[in-house]
Design a protein around this ligand. Structure first.
Ligand SMILES: *Cc1c(COP(=O)(O)O)cnc(C)c1O
Length: 359
């Protein structure tokens, strides 16, 4: 059978989406100005919309989620401070050492359960005020949690942790790269999650499907300082309305549809769960990310990914035995069913090869 789709089934990440026709039209029609002069009306509209959605005084449009998080770390800390992070979080693991390079702070990683912490996990984590110690300054949480398998951080845990942090004079930041996935999956409003944090970062370039951009929201005074740091980090942009228009379009048209990605992820996870030699980890899928392990007696993750690639299905390789599949707006239900069938075939082939080798 010839391959039925016009593009590969690209499940490596939800960042691979391409702007839709409607989004491209919005971009082409965007009114623009020089945003370093603070004169881009489309960027202004986007920032106001994000602030409103998150219930914050102000927001700042930035080129990437990494920059948004790293500006937040910088705005909340002084060199030599310590920040409390979940051990498998994005800020600590996937931002190229940003906290050390850009803010000269230490990260204290606290292991969670698929990225989720509760207030007890923070017991004893604030260092005493004494010249020997770094000053504990900031707590960062991630919702949904990427390495935790798109895990939803329960609102009750957020309430407890942030109340504790603020009681002890710590600041709080939410890496909400996929906050809207949590919003759609739970029905909890974005501002309900956001109100517990001093600053919140959201990405437009993940499941929302915009080509670029993130925003950092928070109190007006902090966002004014964030704007200066954005300039230092090289993130001041000129006629950014062209890309901000895509983000505005995404906020308007691509939030509600995230439930389709979640349904597709469930659909694929059910297939993976039934295949010998593959194990879902975490076992339950909350939103649009599936992490799964290949049993080492059958194959490596790279071998499975390569054979799937030959059949036009692209998977993320996250470790020697670890694979990731993300659903997003460029993956239809038909493509998900195709991907499931490819995984069945690939695993059957690899199992047969191994059986033959062993005799
Ligand atoms: C993708 C991601 C980011 C930011 O990534 P960029 O590629 O810099 O936009 C931040 N946090 C999480 C949890 C992410 O998944």
């Amino acid at each position: 059978m010839s391959y039925p789709f016009s593009a590969p089934v690209d499940l490596r990440s939800d960042t691979v989406t391409k702007p839709t026709e409607g989004m491209r039209r919005a971009m082409a029609a965007a009114e623009v100005g020089d945003d370093v002069y603070d004169e881009d009306p489309t960027v202004h509209r986007l920032q106001e919309r994000v602030a409103e959605l998150l219930g914050k005084e102000a927001a700042l449009y930035v080129p990437s989620g990494t920059m948004s998080n790293q500006i937040a770390v910088r705005v909340h800390t002084q060199p030599g401070d310590e920040i409390l992070v979940e051990a498998s979080c994005h800020i600590y693991n996937y931002e190229a050492g940003g906290p050390a390079v850009l803010s000269h702070v230490m990260c204290r990683p606290i292991p969670g359960r698929y990225g989720v912490l509760d207030v007890d996990d923070f017991e004893g984590m604030i260092r005493p005020t004494n010249e020997h110690y770094a000053q504990t300054r900031l707590v960062c949480l991630e919702n949904t949690h990427n390495r935790g398998g798109g895990r939803i951080f329960p609102l009750a845990n957020i309430e407890r942790i942030c109340a504790w942090a603020h009681e002890h004079g710590l600041r709080t930041h939410l890496d909400g790269a996929r906050l809207f996935n949590a919003v759609v999956a739970t029905g909890v409003a974005a501002c309900e999650y956001a109100r517990h944090f001093d600053t919140v970062s959201v990405c437009f370039s993940k499941g929302l499907g915009a080509p670029v951009g993130s925003a950092l929201a928070g109190p007006r005074e902090l966002i004014a300082r964030a704007r200066r740091i954005r300039k230092v980090f090289g993130g001041g942009m000129r006629q950014a309305g062209v890309i901000a228009a895509a983000a505005l379009y995404a906020l308007e048209h691509h939030i509600e549809r995230l439930h389709e990605d979640h349904e597709n992820a469930q659909r694929l996870a059910r297939v993976i769960d039934e295949i010998d030699g593959l194990v879902l980890d975490p076992p339950d899928v909350h939103t649009n990310i599936i992490w799964f392990e290949v049993h080492p007696t059958v194959a490596t993750a790279a071998e499975v990914a390569e054979r799937a690639r030959q059949r036009h299905v692209l998977l993320g390789v996250g470790g020697p035995q670890t694979l990731r599949a993300c659903t997003h707006l460029d993956v239809t239900r038909e493509m998900i069913d195709y991907a499931g069938q490819v995984l069945r075939e690939v695993m059957a082939e690899l199992a047969a090869t191994r059986a033959k080798v062993r005799g």
